[in-house]
Ligand binder design. Structure first.
Ligand code: NAP
Length: 245
């Protein structure tokens, strides 16, 4: 039976992913900071077929609490087949430009906390000799753009960290999957005007589960973000400086 840990479990993308695993009868351990929502989501996942659902409360910026929560997850699940790290915020870029404190706090939520969680999860996965660490990064990490480079920098740190971790853990039989969604219609993006490039959380969730099943390395979701980001990454700096993205 599949044993799945989801951190940031109240995220729309994480919840949709959890539903896919529930339909397969997985045992699931949910981690998030809103206990009321965790209880509701856990109940829903049981109805959808999960064999067992446990949960723990964690603000990912409370790093000293990470070890205890992860220990609970290992114990309750009896091993981890898939760990998904999904939490995040979309910082106000202009607030990050005017406050060092805000910039570093947002970097911690979107970058450092994920690196800390992966560092703490890696030895257990390595010792197990199998399993998948799936991390939701973002296309925003592929190139810093003036509209959201604090968020982009944090996601770039996560993607680069995941790349090194993937190379290390491949030798132990563990897959590290970097998920790079483009625009997804979730509470995080509620104030954005939606258009043709936007995806729904369910579609992204199916992509995450497929990538975890395959032990993929890096996936763009939906796929068309790969060519889009290839173009954006290759715009020469002298042109890039003159345009707004
Ligand atoms: N939506 C997009 O367009 C998009 C694109 C690329 C990548 N992503 C990434 O996809 C992931 C999921 O985001 P989403 O779109 O599903 O957005 P979402 O529904 O707004 O979910 C974000 C989640 O992060 C949690 N979170 C934020 N700060 C936290 C903290 N300090 N401790 C614990 N949990 C915290 C939130 O919990 P609370 O509800 O308690 O605040 C919420 O459950 C994120 O990593 C995001 O960066 C999203």
């Amino acid at each position: 039976m599949l044993r799945v840990l989801i951190i940031g479990a109240t995220s729309a993308i994480a919840e949709a992913t959890a539903r896919c695993y529930a339909a397969r009868g997985a045992r699931i351990f949910l981690v998030a900071r809103d206990t009321t929502r965790l209880i509701d989501i856990a109940e829903d996942l049981r109805i959808r077929g999960a064999t067992n659902v446990d949960h723990a409360m964690l603000d990912v910026n409370n790093q000293p609490a990470h070890a205890g929560v992860l220990e609970q997850a290992w114990q309750k699940l009896g091993g981890i087949d898939v760990a998904l790290i999904a939490h995040g915020t979309l910082p106000d870029q202009s607030a990050c430009e005017s406050s060092v404190e805000t910039a570093l706090a947002e970097f911690a939520t979107n970058g450092t906390s994920t690196i800390a969680l992966l560092t703490a999860l890696a030895p257990g996965m390595e010792a197990q000799g199998r399993g998948v660490l799936a991390i939701i990064s973002s296309v925003a990490g592929d190139r810093g753009r003036q509209s959201n480079y604090l968020y982009g920098a944090a996601k770039a740190a996560v993607s680069t960290f995941a790349s090194g971790l993937r190379q290390r853990l491949a030798k132990a039989g563990v897959s590290v999957v970097t998920i790079k969604p483009g625009f997804v219609d979730t509470p995080m993006t509620r104030n954005f005007r939606k258009g043709a490039l936007w995806a729904k959380p369910d579609a992204v969730a199916r992509g995450i589960v497929r990538a975890a099943d395959r032990g993929s390395s890096v996936v763009y979701l939906p796929w068309f973000w790969l060519p889009i980001m290839l173009v954006i990454k290759h715009i020469p700096e002298f042109i890039f400086k003159r345009i707004k993205l």
